[in-house]
Design a protein around this ligand. Structure first.
Ligand code: MCA
Ligand code: AMP
Length: 486
């Protein structure tokens, strides 16, 4: 199983990657990624400035060929988030597209520009490096927890290969498929499923650069066969397809519409089905586990569920006492725990957090679900209220509270997630402004949103800010978040 991308080895002219009007065939991808792999081989770890570009994809492929663990970095990471990721992952160099202006924390590292210009077709196949073993770390992807800064999830090559092959089985995903997506390339969904998935199958991916319903309609009307998106994207497509027959027709042509990263509400499922006659299927995963379950393309309809365990993945429900729930009555709710070759190795530099995440060999997902008579899992909630899923991004309330508290105009801060039609959940900040003789004018909502965007990332900014005289607290001084609602 050592070779992650068999199609790269034969120098074929089959299209592999396309971003806008720039594309690389398998032969061309091997011709640019192979030499880059040679050049970075021996590095301990590389950071990748993960813009949604051909260069990021080439950089990741090169790192995988070279066996050098890669850390994809959100190019919109703010100052403190970036400083944490760089200090924690200690990359020995950074890969970036030529001309990209890197922030200080990355600019201080040795830099290798990724050249992704199309080499001439038909040259001799390049000799690719000998890839390392299955357990070798491939990617380190940062993900938020309830408190503290994001943790680096160490993903081995075996988990990537397993998850992509299991999805191929569940979705009958082949080299004939052309995927369209517009997801960011610094998370599992957009990078592993969206870029590495088609490359492992020997098929093609068309990345839109940024999401638009028009772009999706254009690609599905042409040769794209599959679409991957987060629920916010499907919500926008559902609204648009109701009034745009071109989009509705394009969706109806897709072989597979797949949603993941958060729950897709039934209303959006139904709107898309009504407009296009096609059912969106959901799959369920996590950065730590890659993919666990999916509705199968060849299985019964299971709208509103995340389907059945993928081949090779063990999934169980556990009650509050830690006992496995055996019944599949469609009612009894427990925490989902997962075991299998799809799991991560560890949280980088966090043995405590790694140990706490496991129950024996089982990974505790924190997701609450039930199992129906067909064996389908239906996710009903999350154990931690301090984890917010907004636009498909997982965001820890504590991380945002800490950033808000670092603002000089903020005395106290609490962050909650409120339901949002478009984003699933919207980040809401509850602020007690600094008062007293030295305090200036209280900060505006916009100023606080900009502050969080600049320190952490734009998607972590509060969309609503409420100003209060005091936060509700219990006798122990703990903030009573349940009382924070309008
Ligand atoms: C707005 N912007 C700002 C500010 N306000 N920038 C700086 N400071 C501000 N105060 C900018 C943003 O950067 C962005 O720029 C633009 O304005 C709009 O931002 P925003 O409102 O956040 O975007 P949106 O329209 O809400 O985005 C919706 C989205 C996005 C496209 C659906 O949320 C998205 O891409 N989500 C995907 C998340 C994902 O991939 N999750 C996978 C992880 P610009 O537009 O230029 O960027 S989960 C996972 O991997 C597991 C394994 C799984 O199961 O899949
Ligand atoms: P992340 O940590 O960003 O990888 O997000 C993983 C989390 O996303 C999971 O623990 C779930 O809470 C959520 N998630 C992913 N896919 C789905 C889905 N299809 N339905 C509901 N929640 C999902």
């Amino acid at each position: 199983m050592n070779v992650l991308f068999p199609a790269l080895c034969d120098g074929s002219p089959t299209p592999a990657l396309r971003f806008g009007d720039r594309a690389l065939s398998y032969g061309q991808l091997a011709a640019v990624a192979g030499p880059l792999a040679d050049r970075i081989g021996g590095a301990t770890r590389v950071a990748i400035w993960a813009t949604a570009t051909l260069e990021t994809s080439v950089g990741v492929v090169a790192a995988l060929l070279a066996g050098v663990p890669a850390v994809p970095v959100n190019p919109k990471s703010g100052e403190s988030e970036l400083a944490h990721i760089v200090a924690d992952s200690a990359p020995s160099l950074v890969l970036a597209e030529p001309g990209a202006d890197l922030p200080e924390a990355l600019a201080a590292l040795p830099r290798v520009d990724v050249e992704a210009a199309e080499p001439p077709e038909g040259s001799e196949p390049v000799a690719l490096p000998y890839e390392p073993g299955d357990e070798a770390p491939a990617l380190i992807v940062y993900t938020s927890g309830t408190t503290g800064p994001p943790k680096g999830v160490v993903i081995p090559r075996r988990a990537i290969a397993h998850t992509l092959d299991a999805l191929a089985d569940a979705w009958q995903w082949t080299a004939d498929d052309v995927l369209v997506h517009a997801l960011p390339l610094f998370h599992v969904h957009g990078l592993i499923l969206g870029i590495l998935g088609p490359l492992r199958r020997g098929g093609s991916v068309h990345h839109l650069g940024r999401f638009s319903a028009d772009g999706v309609a254009r690609e599905l009307s042409a040769d794209a066969t599959m679409l991957f998106g987060v629920p916010t994207m499907y919500h926008r497509l559902a609204v648009e397809a109701g009034r745009d027959p071109v989009l509705a027709k394009a969706l109806s042509r897709a072989r597979l519409l797949v949603s993941g990263s958060a729950a897709l509400p039934l209303t959006d499922h139904e709107r898309i089905a009504a407009a296009s006659g096609r059912r969106v299927i959901e799959r369920y995963g996590m950065t730590e586990t890659l993919m666990n379950t999916s509705v199968r393309a060849d299985g019964p309809e299971a709208t509103g569920t995340v389907g059945v365990p993928l081949p090779g993945v063990y999934v169980r429900l556990v009650d509050d006492a830690g006992q496995p729930i055996e019944t599949s009555d469609g009612e009894t709710v427990g925490e989902i725990q997962v075991r299998g070759p799809n799991l991560f190795v560890e949280y980088l530099n966090r043995p405590d957090a790694t140990a706490a995440a496991f129950d024996g060999g089982w990974f505790r997902t924190g997701d609450m679900a039930l199992r129906d008579a067909g064996g389908n899992y239906r996710i009903v909630g999350r154990k931690a209220t301090d984890l917010i899923k907004s636009g498909g991004y997982k965001i820890g309330a504590g991380e945002i509270e800490n950033a808000l508290l670092a603002h000089p105009g903020v005395a106290e801060a609490a962050v909650t997630g409120e339901p949002d039609e478009d984003l699933g959940e919207r980040i809401v900040a509850w602020i007690v402004p600094e008062t007293g003789p030295d305090a200036g004018a209280p900060p505006s909502a916009q100023e606080l949103a900009d502050h969080v965007a600049a320190q952490l990332a734009p998607h972590k900014r509060p969309r609503t800010v409420h100003f209060l005289d005091a936060l509700p607290r219990n006798d122990m001084g703990k903030i009573l978040k349940r009382e924070l609602h309008v």
